[in-house]
Design a protein around this ligand. Structure first.
Ligand code: SAH
Length: 260
């Protein structure tokens, strides 16, 4: 077995806009010998790795992507040859980014691994919307979920989680909005539950669509090809941000969301 000399850094590239990269990530990219990056990472971020060999290991649902096992092997091989290896992932590497598979494989192979967090899509989308995921009197808890499950894996408890939480950020779901909306209403969520779709959060072509659960499929048909996140819960009722503070009590003036 070759002795690994390099360290693999799992680095969050942020949600889209290149200036949302952390300083730590930028510095690592500048000194990286080799960078393995996802399809969604902004070219300006990849360009920071001026001296590195750059390898796309694109993961984009519905499109060709490199098998996870093969990516793990390439990272392990790279650690035998290079000093600084960056595995650049969209958003935060630890949220729906298959980070654990890579960390486990690298550790098992005796390769040093470090993680650099990034701004995840849900937080970026909420910044664009200027709507807080947690709002006093409206939302005190948040769930990050995805209805997508890996092949041969058990379905997760995502429906129950969304039904029992104040605010839900649903990743990798906009393309299945019909099933999403039907499943959540069948599980008891009101057809009037506020929903916002945000596509290309933080990028110039960002699109936000305010709607309600029953109308989600129609709203989603207006999305383009960019990554989109579904945000759901009373905090996202379009005018829930117009709050009335009287005697210390906060009440939504008009909690009912309308189509945009
Ligand atoms: N690790 C990433 C998520 C990877 S899963 C993160 O922390 O953000 C990919 C999903 O993230 C997409 O299907 C979409 O739901 C969401 N996403 C990523 N970038 C986005 C963006 N700029 N705007 C909206 N959603 C985005």
């Amino acid at each position: 077995m070759t002795v690994a000399r390099g360290t693999v850094y799992l680095v969050g590239a942020g949600p889209g806009a290149p200036d949302l990269l952390t300083l730590r990530a930028a510095r690592l990219l500048e000194r990286a010998d080799i960078v393995f990056h996802d399809a969604l990472v902004h070219p300006e971020v990849i360009a920071l790795a001026s001296r590195a060999e750059k390898i796309a290991v694109g993961k984009r649902c519905g499109r060709h992507s490199t098998a996870q096992r093969f990516i793990n092997k390439r990272l392990i091989d790279a650690a035998a040859r290079y000093h600084t290896i960056v595995r650049l992932k969209g958003g935060d590497p630890m949220l729906f980014g298959r980070a654990q598979e890579e960390i486990d494989a690298l550790r098992e192979a005796g390769v040093a691994v470090e993680v650099v967090p990034g701004v995840t899509a849900a937080l970026a989308a909420c910044a664009d919307l200027k709507i807080s995921l947690t709002q006093r009197g409206i939302s005190r808890n948040v769930a990050f979920v995805t209805p997508r499950i890996g092949e041969g894996k058990h379905p997760s408890e995502w429906i129950r989680a969304v039904c029992n939480v104040d605010s839900a950020a649903i990743y990798m779901a906009a393309g299945q909005s019909e099933q999403l909306s039907a499943a959540l209403m069948a599980a008891g969520l009101s057809a009037e539950t506020a929903v916002v779709l945000v596509e290309n959060a933080t990028l110039p072509d960002m699109q936000k669509i305010h709607t309600v659960l029953a109308e989600l499929p129609r709203a989603a048909s207006r999305l383009g090809n960019g990554p989109a996140i579904v945000l759901l819960g009373a905090a996202f009722a379009r005018s829930a941000c117009a709050i009335d503070i009287r005697d210390g009590a906060i009440s939504a003036l008009d909690a009912r969301a309308g189509a945009a």
